[in-house]
Ligand binder design. Structure first.
Ligand code: PLP
Length: 414
């Protein structure tokens, strides 16, 4: 390792590159990338762990400095002013009024400034762009990454261009426009928007925040693992249920715990459970295949509706290396989970996030959760971002005349 704060390491060929340059994918491995296959050459950001360990007194010291030692930026002042991360980890003892035999924790990342987990990545990308003097940042997004980047760039006074599939939910589009970003609706899917943003990055020299393509999206996302470790009094959970589309959030969760392993603060990895929607299962379905085969996706969980998962290779590597687990859940299970979660915890999540809870419910139903084990469900986005998705569950009663006789009738009816 040279005197840079970090280096990049290709997750496919292992070649290291100096962190002094702005890089996206490994130039060697990405040469043969095609639009119908998950990209090769995603870069991991590697720090000088032994030097950090020698220089600092332990996890608490790193935490008190907001983990700047483990971020690819020079100073905390470069981050947007909005409060990102440090979201609550709630413990629930009961579900449907029944005591649980295991410990259930919900990490509520809808408490981020733009109401989704994606703020963790946008925060770091925005700070890096500021330090490197990039004026314009572009992102392709199913909605959350775009609204997140738009919000955090608004706080920093940066210019951003967001490319979204034309079918993105209205709340997310509204956020992007209200934050003042230039929105480019792209005829086609998220994958079409992604490819267009790459072409524009090359042609116009903008800084690109695309998930996985920009290695620092993983760096921002990994902070959730540091927080979970801290909130469990410097213990790891037994399982973390993660909703998965492109496979970047799950890789961020792994990378955070992997940094802690490298630093010797933990000695094993928690079991990470990848939860995908049955209608968008391109990672789960391809876990044991020789060559990747894409299936066109369709699910109510729009944020995890992905045909070509941009971080397939790294997510698969992590899951194989650390014996992760994976399941799919149906749209109906996602809807039921969404209602159950709201009713039992007071946390209203968007369908993608409820997918992780549906995963936990499926494990519970199949007796796959050990007694007294610690289980964290990652709730990655607010339900207010996609009201249409839960329309089916809404049965809004007819209005009553404002007198108590009518009120009695009303209650007799329901
Ligand atoms: C709310 C929410 N949950 C989960 C995910 C899945 O993350 P990834 O695509 O990195 O797997 C996303 C991604 O857009 C999201 O917005």
């Amino acid at each position: 390792m040279n005197k840079n704060k970090f280096n990049y390491r290709c997750t496919d060929c292992g070649k290291e590159y100096s962190g002094s340059e702005t890089m996206y994918l490994c130039p060697i491995c990405s040469k043969s990338n095609t639009e119908d296959q998950p990209p090769k050459g995603v870069l991991k950001t590697i720090y000088n762990y032994s030097e950090i360990k020698d220089r600092t007194s332990g996890f608490k010291e790193l935490e008190s400095n907001c983990f700047i030692e483990l971020l690819p930026i020079k100073k905390l002042e470069s981050l947007p002013k909005l409060k990102v991360g440090n979201t609550p980890l709630y413990k629930f003892e009961k579900l449907e009024n029944k005591e649980l035999s295991f410990e259930l924790y919900c990490k509520d990342d809808s408490q981020n400034p733009t109401y989704s987990f994606k703020d963790r990545a946008s925060n770091v990308v925005s700070a890096y762009a500021k330090e490197q003097g990039f004026e314009t940042i572009v992102a392709a997004s199913t909605g959350n990454a775009g609204s997140s980047l738009a919000g955090l760039c608004a706080a920093q006074g940066q210019k951003e261009i967001i490319m979204v599939p034309e079918a993105a939910p209205i709340a997310k589009l509204t956020q992007i426009i209200m934050y003042g970003a230039t929105i480019v609706p792209v005829k086609g899917t998220y994958d079409d928007a992604f490819d267009l943003s790459l072409k524009a990055t090359e042609e116009f020299g903008w800084y690109n925040r695309n998930t996985a393509y920009n290695p620092f999206t993983i760096e921002g996302k990994k902070t959730v693992s540091f927080e979970i470790f801290s909130q469990l009094n410097e213990n790891i959970p037994d399982r973390v249920f993660v909703p998965v589309g492109d496979g970047v959030i799950i890789s961020g969760v792994y990378k955070g715990f992997e940094d802690l392993l490298e630093l010797g603060y933990i000695d094993k990895m928690p079991t990470i459970v990848m939860v995908q929607s049955e209608g968008s299962d391109n990672i789960v379905r391809n876990m044991d295949r020789e060559s990747f085969e894409a299936k066109s996706s369709s699910t109510i969980a729009d944020s995890i509706s992905v045909d070509i998962p941009r971080n397939f290779n790294l997510a698969k590597q992590y899951i194989k290396k650390f014996k992760g687990e994976y399941i799919t859940v149906t749209d109906n299970e996602i809807l039921i989970a969404s209602k159950k979660l709201s009713k039992n915890t007071g946390i209203f999540s968007e369908p993608a996030a409820a997918t992780a809870f549906a995963g936990l419910l499926s494990y519970q139903k199949n007796n796959k959760i050990e007694d007294k084990s610690k289980n964290v469900v990652l709730l990655t986005g607010s339900g207010l971002k996609d009201l249409k998705a839960v329309n089916k569950l809404l049965d809004i009663p007819e209005s009553v005349k404002p007198d108590t006789e009518n009120l009695k009738k009303f209650f007799n009816k329901i």
